[in-house]
Design a protein. Structure first.
Length: 392
């Protein structure tokens, strides 16, 4: 087992009705002017925004509501958010939504505090050394940004989707009521299931590990729970226990727990998907992962057959009578079939992406072929194009 530091400081308020404590908590935190950042307006229709503003009124905390965050959040929107933060003298940010909203809030919190352009923060041209305090009301179980150290922002002018990792990115608190996810569409629920699975599997598939059986079993147990709860939530969207399992799994999959003691080489398929959705903005992150991950697994599985076989046996229900290599392949196929069963695309054609775009995607990922991404098999431009062809 490798040495590790595990740091997960976010305070979690989990369960029915926990949002009722938002106002008093922010008051205790010393907030005097809160910016509520949200997405397309569903929190208005559901009454959640009114509930939160009512609590802030009751606690004597001022606020400004700022909606309009899009999927694959854009740097220009972050810039506008930072201007509003400064104009309104905001001293606390409350992100109400899923990963795109939270990532927007994180980037804006850094940019405003550091008095720097958001893209300079993301590209590390300006160090992210301080931020405005930030908490979260989670409404979509998917990205895990409510406890993670990361954020991802898109710059459409150069078709690049890039992430930043920093412990300062971790929210102070996350209010997580599974009932808030009852109205999430089947498609977005499926995207979330895939994303949290990928956060877990990309930490599971590492090389040169020893003594990590505990961490690997945590990962496999999490994946099995997501697989089962995901199938239930797709068919019965108001099943509280299924939604609760997915919401908690979203956080655990990306807060570092399933990485402890492992020789983690990075979220490689996430990087491939960032290239895909950087070029094709209409591609939802989870949908892109559902297409790319089985293709990547097919390309690299021979580099660690035993890990893929163990996943097949313990998570995907493949017969233990199969030898390792056959089991590994069967597990990849079972994963792909599961993604299809929850309404996810499993080919690039389903996303409207064809071979004529593959070189552009690979160039974006590898900076025109000048970078090689670490993986079981090094991800050169040529390797990425081969994976895209497998996903076609």
């Amino acid at each position: 087992m490798e040495n590790f530091t595990y740091y997960a400081p976010t305070r979690v308020f989990f369960g029915r009705g926990v949002v009722d404590g938002v106002g008093s908590f922010l008051k205790e935190q010393g907030a005097t002017k809160v910016m509520i950042i949200y997405g397309g307006g569903s929190i208005k229709k559901s009454g959640l925004l009114d509930k939160i503003t009512g609590q802030l009124d009751g606690a004597g905390v001022g606020y400004v509501a700022h909606g309009g965050v899009e999927p694959n959040p854009k740097v220009d929107f972050v810039r506008g958010t930072v201007e509003l933060i400064k104009a309104e003298a905001v001293d606390y940010i409350l992100a109400v939504g899923g990963g795109s909203v939270i990532d927007t809030a994180k980037c804006a919190a850094f940019s405003a505090a550091c008095d720097a352009d958001p893209w300079d923060i993301i590209t590390k041209k300006v160090p992210a050394v301080k931020r405005i305090p930030l908490s979260v009301v989670l409404t979509i179980a998917a990205a895990g940004s409510e406890m993670s150290d990361s954020e991802v922002i898109t710059n459409p002018e150069i078709m690049i989707k890039q992430g930043l990792s920093s412990d300062l990115s971790r929210p102070i608190a996350a209010f997580m009521d599974p009932e808030l996810t009852f109205t999430v569409s089947k498609y977005q629920t499926g995207c979330g299931i895939v994303d949290m699975m990928m956060h877990t599997m990309e930490r599971y598939y590492t090389t040169g590990d020893s003594g990590t059986e505990l961490t690997d079993r945590i990962a496999q147990g999490l994946l099995l729970s997501v697989r089962e709860a995901g199938a239930v939530a797709i068919e019965h969207p108001e099943d509280y226990d299924a939604r609760a399992t997915l919401m908690w799994a979203s956080s655990l999959s990306h807060n570092g727990l399933t990485n402890c003691g492992k020789n983690h080489i990075g979220l490689i398929v996430h990087k491939l998907e960032h290239g895909l959705s950087g070029v094709f903005d209409s591609v939802a992150h989870g949908a892109g992962l559902a297409v790319l991950y089985p293709a990547w697994a097919r390309y690299v599985y021979k580099s660690n057959i035993s890990k893929f076989a163990s996943m097949a046996w313990n998570v995907w229900g493949v017969s233990r009578e199969l030898p390792e290599e056959e089991a590994a392949i069967a597990g990849i196929d079972a994963m792909r079939d599961y993604f299809a069963s929850i309404g996810m695309p499993v080919t690039l054609r389903e996303l409207g992406v064809y071979e004529g775009s593959f070189e552009k995607i690979a160039d974006v990922i590898t900076d025109n072929g000048t970078k090689v991404l670490p993986s079981f098999v090094p991800m050169t431009k040529e390797a990425i194009m081969d994976i895209l062809k497998l996903a076609e």
